[in-house]
Design a protein around this ligand. Structure first.
Ligand code: NAD
Length: 256
């Protein structure tokens, strides 16, 4: 379905971003990876699916590096057809204890980077009259939790941005939608499990059960593979008129 198209997925060396990149590659899209840590492993996983794979190490806190990444993707593949704004971090603390530099970092990576990548991707998508912008928000774009002030603000912000971009592209072949996962067992969440286990003297299993039990009625993690399939749906012809939605895949979290 996506043969000949290119998808750029931010924060795709790990977790959800890598899952979405693999699902889009499975549909034939060439992939531009981004993110920190091991790069060769993810590159090899994507290449094994028979598509071309590139990588740019832009730090998503830096607009100039995001601009360089978008230029590099266009130079390598001609155009970015599918942009997945996925890079994100978490920091957990009460509002009055929240370090201002952590606020700035969370807003920069989880919200502002998506604005920069989107504004830079839109002209070529509009010129081609086809494009897909998929923002990985969170169930925290729909509801709040304590001790996540920057994350919840950024995720509500990206849901709002999704709607504005969807309206501004409504008469074109470009769509913009958000995905709102509940708990997904990635390094970002394992850190929260570890913190719970350490604070309460619980085993990993007990901390995991309690983490799910607090929020997610299904008591199951959503998987990067499931989220990848939702991204594939947003790229399909059936989703041509799906615009500005914030689609939760959260085991019933936001239904409560
Ligand atoms: P992860 O930690 O596994 O992956 C995060 C990715 O972002 C990595 O590739 C990392 O290298 C990259 N990254 C971090 N800082 C960066 C920076 N400054 N510049 C470029 N790349 C950077 O986390 P994940 O759980 O896969 O999270 C991916 C997205 O999904 C995030 O936006 C997160 O908020 C969202 N999300 C996660 C969950 C969950 O339960 N894990 C739930 C809802 C939403």
């Amino acid at each position: 379905m996506l043969t000949g198209k290119t998808a750029l997925v931010t924060g795709s060396t790990s977790g959800i971003g890598l899952g979405i990149a693999k699902a889009l590659a499975g549909q034939g899209a060439n992939i531009m990876l981004n993110g920190f840590g091991d790069v060769e492993g993810p590159k090899a996983e994507i290449a094994s699916l028979g598509v071309k794979v590139g990588y740019h190490g832009a730090d998503m806190t830096k607009p100039a590096e995001i601009e360089d990444m978008m230029k590099a993707a266009a130079a390598r593949f001609g155009r970015v057809d599918v942009l997945v704004n996925n890079a994100g971090i978490q920091h957990v603390a009460k509002v009055e204890d929240f370090p201002p530099e952590r606020w700035d970092a969370v807003i920069a990576i989880n919200l502002s980077s998506a604005f920069h990548a989107t504004r830079l991707a839109l002209p070529a998508m509009k010129a081609a009259n086809w494009g897909r912008i998929i923002n990985v928000a969170s169930v925290h774009g729909l509801v709040a939790s304590t001790e996540k002030v920057a994350y919840v603000a950024a995720k509500h912000g990206i849901v709002g941005m999704t709607k504005v971009v969807a309206l501004e592209t409504a008469t074109t072949g470009v769509t913009c939608n958000a995905i709102c996962p509940g708990w997904v067992l990635t390094p970002l969440v394992q850190k929260q499990v570890d913190a719970k286990a350490a604070a309460n003297g619980w085993s990993n299993e007990e901390a995991t059960r309690r983490l799910l039990g607090e929020k997610e009625p299904s008591m199951q993690f959503t998987t990067p593979e499931e989220l990848g399939e939702l991204a594939v749906f947003f790229c399909s012809p059936a989703a041509n008129n799906v615009r500005g939605v914030a689609w939760n895949m959260d085991g019933g979290w936001a239904a409560q």
